[in-house]
Design a protein. Structure first.
Length: 294
């Protein structure tokens, strides 16, 4: 049995913590993926996974093997892609992660021309509102919005994304429209718990900054979810423009304190500094920067 294929099966199971999901990823049956992993374990004379009826997890040896296995397979993929790219076309895999809301709305439209132009690029996109370990989980590229916490990654700003303070007319009719930032302290506030200071929103007007303390009544790690809750009349939220733009246009949401400016978050492309940036990944970053600059 081919060692490379068994290593690929092992890596897919480790990535998804599931034989079934790994099979879907590889286009193989669950039974065949299991057979590949069992063969690899027999060859290595060790157990790579702890298996129960409900879960699959790496053993300590499996974790160590994964760390050695990943760069080998990445180099093989790079060799294949290099040959094809030398023939003039971008080719090979790109693993990308992005926030769920942005990755479901703005990002696909920006990716579409690139993927049509380069049909040999194999995009594997993971959308999540949780922080992922980009290097450890083998991503080539991450799209991030807001302040950057990990200084070890290289970042390129793609575009600015304004934040909007807003609420449903239903809520504002019932609870009043704030005339001053201090009034926010008396309102129900829907807060993104990814922000550094949960209980402070910063607004600016007339050259002054107002650090508004509020009670984070409802929290979520998804700005899209908070925007939907605000549309339902639960309270006031501050959200990236892309999550509320349609609701503002339709009147389902309205701006709160429109004479005050809110923060502007950057949309960044992040990638590991110790990984060779392939021509296809660099081309994708350049493409996204061009798309979003419009």
């Amino acid at each position: 049995m081919d060692r490379i294929e068994t290593m690929r099966a092992f890596m897919a199971v480790a990535r998804d913590n599931s034989f079934t999901a790994a099979g879907r990823r590889l286009g193989l049956s669950t039974k065949l993926v299991s057979k590949y992993v069992r063969h690899l374990e027999a060859e290595l004379q060790t157990q790579l996974f702890n298996r129960t009826t409900r879960s699959v997890s790496l053993t300590d040896v499996g974790s160590a093997y994964l760390e050695r296995c990943r760069p080998i397979l990445e180099q093989l993929d790079e060799l294949d892609a290099l040959v094809r790219e030398r023939q003039g076309a971008l080719a090979g895999p790109i693993r990308l992660t992005a926030p769920t809301g942005f990755g479901s709305t703005r990002l696909p439209a920006a990716l579409l021309p690139f993927l049509k132009q380069h049909p040999d690029v194999e995009l594997d996109m993971t959308l999540t509102d949780s922080r992922v370990a980009i290097v450890e989980e083998g991503f080539d590229l991450a799209i991030r919005i807001g302040s950057l916490r990990d200084s070890t990654l290289i970042a390129r700003k793609l575009v600015d994304m304004p934040l909007v303070l807003c609420a449903a007319p239903e809520y504002l009719n019932a609870h009043g429209r704030p005339k001053d930032p201090r009034a926010l302290a008396t309102h129900v506030c829907l807060v993104n718990n990814n922000q550094v200071d949960l209980n402070v929103w910063r607004l600016r007007a007339g050259g002054r900054e107002h650090a508004v303390r509020h009670r984070a009544t409802i929290q979520a790690n998804s700005p899209g979810a908070l925007a939907r809750l605000a549309e339902g009349g639960l309270g006031i939220t501050i959200a990236p423009l892309y999550t509320v733009e349609a609701a503002l246009d339709s009147g389902r949401l309205e701006r709160v304190l429109p004479d005050y400016e809110t923060d502007v978050f950057g949309v960044y492309a992040l990638y590991p500094p110790n990984r060779h940036l392939t021509r296809r990944v660099r081309a994708l970053i350049d493409h996204l920067a061009g798309e979003f600059s419009r």
